[in-house]
Structure formats: structure tokens, C-alpha cells
Design a protein around this ligand. Sequence first.
Ligand SMILES: NC(=O)C1=CN([C@@H]2O[C@H](COP(=O)(O)OP(=O)(O)OC[C@H]3O[C@@H](n4cnc5c(N)ncnc54)[C@H](OP(=O)(O)O)[C@@H]3O)[C@@H](O)[C@H]2O)C=CC1
Ligand SMILES: CC(C)(CO)C(=O)C(=O)O
Length: 322
Amino acid sequence: MRSLLPDSPSVAVIGAGAVGAFYGSMLQRYGLPVAYMSATMAKTKYLEVRSPWANYTLPVQCFASSQQMEPADIVIVSIKALPDLDPFALVRPVLKKNGILLLLQNGINQEERYAAHFRRSALRPVILGGLAFTCINRISAKRIDHIDYGMVKIGALHAEQNPLALQVTELFQSAGIQSEFVPKLRRARYEKLLWNAAYNTLSVLLQADTDPIVSNAQTADLSLRIMREIQAVAAAENIKLSNATLRDMLDRTKRMRPYKTSMLLDYEAGRPMEIDIILGEPIRMARKRKIEVPHLQMAHDLLQFYDRRSAIRRETHSKKKS
Ligand SMILES: NC(=O)C1=CN([C@@H]2O[C@H](COP(=O)(O)OP(=O)(O)OC[C@H]3O[C@@H](n4cnc5c(N)ncnc54)[C@H](OP(=O)(O)O)[C@@H]3O)[C@@H](O)[C@H]2O)C=CC1
Ligand SMILES: CC(C)(CO)C(=O)C(=O)O
């Protein structure tokens, strides 16, 4: 098939946290020109990566603001999906006309939000979604630890863009990243949401990694009840997630090494959690369709309480420092 991508596409990573810096650096190591936006890493000249795939150190071009960066062929968005963060202002300066926007984030409805935002813009990006099944930590402004897993599933928001999503997947594979093309992105988003809604949530509420949650009969069953509510929301848009799929999520989690979810890592570090994009969005969809989602609602409200408490601690801490 004719390549829909330039020979050596340039890449801009918006949000060089754990995920953005790791996958960006793998693409750079493969030979692509990559620039990174990160306030934390603005002064970083060399990035050290530890990974079961390879250990390496690379010179990196980091910018505190995307306004200092050149437009790129592929823009990877890997900032946290938080409600009070305007991502469009960060992304716009690095977008080329009809360029590729790849959202490497958790949650649901993100691609649709970007499409709505750019609908009337002359930039008209092609919107792709990437689901990262991985465990990565940014240890410092200079060091990324990829601990386990690593698969990225890539698909397009609109099916007619699937050939491009496939070529981006192949580019990731060529760069040594485990990657898989998904022809139905929305379905894949829902499947990942099953896991995130259940285990990210419970990991924070129970202060536990996945192992004790799935080993305990009550909390394992609770995780299934949470997943059933996501299943009902998906069914309302004709996406059928079978009971066997839910059961399989639980069984696979039982077989996984004990895993600390990204939400638990955020909570422990006192950072804001992605509650809205993982629970708030499905709750709003359920409300519109008159579907009862009591578990999602309760988990959402409890997590909001924790999140607010962390925010107050952050405010108090920064007042003390100034
Ligand atoms: N880490 C993991 O293993 C996994 C993560 N994910 C998902 O990937 C996405 C990225 O997560 P991850 O890399 O872990 O997150 P990190 O916390 O490591 O990085 C988040 C990035 O977002 C940026 N950011 C946060 N707040 C703002 C703000 N207000 N303005 C501008 N930039 C901001 C940070 O900036 P700065 O660089 O300046 O700190 C950083 O670059 C999330 O949606 C997460 O759920 C999914 C699966 C696994
Ligand atoms: C599915 C998983 C565990 C990534 O591998 C995740 O999305 C997270 O930790 O938030």
C-alpha cells in the first residue's frame, strides 16, 4: 500500500510524562525527529530510559511550552486528561494542516472532544487514539522506568482513517514498540474502560495493588459489578461487551503480576486523578440514557473527596513554600 506517512515523520510529544517520554524516546531511538513538551523536563538535555525492551540514553529536545516548538507530522498527546486543563491550546501550535493527532491517554470520549473542537478549524487533524497497556514511571526529569507490559493499541476515530492508523501502528512496531491496530477504536476504548473503571477506582479506594483486590471474593465481585455498569453504557450505543469479556478481565488480572494502577500512583504522589475521564464521562452518558450506575456514581463521589483533599494539601504546601 502507498505510504500515507512522510518518509521520516517528525513527532511532537505534548506531555512528556511517563508515557509520552517513553514512547517518544522509542520513536526517536528508531531515528525519527522528536521534540517533547514538558515543564518538568524543560531543562533536560539527556534522557535515560530503563526498560525490559532496552536501556538507553538519548539527547532530547525539550520545551516548556508548545509555542516554542515546530509543527510536526505526528502529534502525540500524553498529558493527563484532566477537566481543568485546556489541551487544545497546548496542541494547536504543533499541528500541521491535516496532520496526525494521536491521543495516548486513558478514558473515553477524548477523540470525540478533539474532533468537535477542530471541526471548524482549517487544521483538520486526523484523530487517532492509542491505548497503552503498560506500566511506566517518570522517576525524575531525566529518567523514565518502563517496568512492565507495553502494548499500544492504535485505531482511528473515523473508520475511513483506518489505513493511516494501520501505518502509524506499523511505524510503532518498526520502532520496537509492541503495537496492534484496532479497527474499532470506540469498542477498544470501552474494553479498556472496563478495566480502568474497576481497578483504577478500587486500587485507590482500597489502597491496594491489583492482587489483593482480585484475590478477595467480595472485591473481585465488586469489580465485576462496576464493569457491568460500563457494559450497560456501551450496550446503549450498540457496543456489546459480553459477560465472558468481563470475566476474562478479572481472570487476566488474577494472572497478572501485582500491579499498581496509574490512578493509585497519582493518588500516592498527591497528583490530580483522572476521575472525570474514567468515571465522570460514563456517568454523564448513563444519565442521558436513563441507565442506573450506582457503583460508578459512588466510586466517583468518593474519589472526588480524595482528590479535593489532595488539592487542599497541595495548596497548603505551596503557600508554606512561598
Ligand atoms: N504511566 C502508565 O503506566 C500509564 C498511563 N496511562 C495513561 O497515559 C496518560 C499519561 O499518563 P502518564 O504519562 O502516566 O502521566 P504523567 O503524570 O507521568 O505525565 C503527565 C504529563 O501531563 C503533563 N501535565 C499534567 N498537568 C498538566 C498541565 N496542567 N498543563 C500541561 N501539562 C500537564 C505533565 O507535565 P510535566 O511534564 O510538566 O510534568 C506530564 O508531561 C494518562 O491518560 C494515563 O492514564 C495509561 C496506561 C498506563
Ligand atoms: C490497563 C493499565 C493497567 C495499563 O496497563 C492502565 O491503564 C492503568 O494503570 O491506568
